[in-house]
Design a protein around this ligand. Sequence first.
Ligand SMILES: Cc1cc2nc3c(=O)[nH]c(=O)nc-3n(C[C@H](O)[C@H](O)[C@H](O)COP(=O)(O)OP(=O)(O)OC[C@H]3O[C@@H](n4cnc5c(N)ncnc54)[C@H](O)[C@@H]3O)c2cc1C
Length: 394
Amino acid sequence: MLQTDVLIIGAGAAGLMCAATAAARGRRVLVLDHANKAGKKILMSGGGRCNFTNLYCEPANFLSGNPHFCKSALARFTQWDFIGLVAKHGVPYHEKKLGQLFCDNKSSDILDLLLAECAEAGVEIRLNTAVQRIEKREGGFLLHSDLGEVACQSLVIATGGLSIPTLGATGFGYQVARQFGHELLPTRAGLVPFTITEPQLKALCTELSGTSVEDCRVSCNGQSFVENILFTHRGLSGPAILQISSYWQPGDTLHIDLLPHIDLPEWLASQQRERGNSELKTLLAELFTKKMAALLADSWFSNKPLKQYTPGELRTIAERLSDWQLVPAGTEGYRTAEVTLGGVNTDEVSSKTLESLKVPGLYFIGEVLDVTGHLGGFNFQWAWASGYAAAQYV
Ligand SMILES: Cc1cc2nc3c(=O)[nH]c(=O)nc-3n(C[C@H](O)[C@H](O)[C@H](O)COP(=O)(O)OP(=O)(O)OC[C@H]3O[C@@H](n4cnc5c(N)ncnc54)[C@H](O)[C@@H]3O)c2cc1C
């Protein structure tokens, strides 16, 4: 039978960070993963350039049933600590925008960094290894796995969420949590595009598929994000849409201000005074693409020369462009979602050690917990910080 001090299930962002840090403390660490490669999500992340952290990371960037839970770990391993690690390995990076740090080259730079830290500290990683059963034993756990029986003192669940099953995501971590009496908060896809089925709206999205509108304000349930939106064949995507999707529940109305930086009533009134003979679509083409301007002017506002619109009609144009209201049919779901909201209830886990408050020696880190970051490098920062925090105690 194999014996180890610390057994980590999941060789993803949180698992590898925890493994390297615990092994550097002198613990014997074994990492198991059922996939044929470690860190598949890291490789796919940030469009291939891994948005590995955010300069402005704060607890307010995370959703959780308990918004205080993430504070302790985030304070003990900050974005600056991870940037220090990136610098130590000579990985070139840049800020794209809004504090988002990306690799200059490839996401594999981040995975290589983690694997190098693991190798240096003596971590053993076994891939293509599934775990069939876990038993609690005196002073630890006994696992039945493809490697046979493995005994460990500390067991760390780092199996992530349900997003993108083709990258190895499973509900295994939730299953283990349930086995040991933990409560799970309902899971749903987050940072995910919306689908639209209402025929007129769907036709608009399809016509404009591929068109991006810069810096729209998208709001729902008291939250707002100003970022780009993107029309797709299925509905709406783009950073502002992905962000708000984490706050959206089925049936909720989205409010989209397509031109938050323009005082529209004032702009329309002055255009009517100065360029009354110009058609609405010609003027809107100065704010949107020509195709989008024509579609909006024709289908929403019966396009005509500006001087022919009544004051009431101009008000309607301003209102519709600054508060376009729509109810998405749903989201694209776990197939394309970047993250999973909900998960292991943080009320039953120590925010300091990430250890279960129900079962000594059992730890939960990363996305399997009910902690979900905004888009922009926050989810990896949570993986690094929670992995590092648990590693001090396993
Ligand atoms: C396409 C995409 C792009 C993203 N881009 C970014 C980005 O740029 N910046 C950012 O901050 N976040 C990004 N994210 C989110 C980020 O990848 C995750 O939040 C983060 O990887 C979570 O880390 P984790 O270690 O908890 O889980 P994961 O990294 O998902 O690791 C979980 C590991 O557990 C393994 N596993 C699962 N089930 C089992 C099982 N039954 N037995 C054994 N092993 C198992 C998996 O194979 C995997 O290796 C992106 C996500 C996706 C899907």
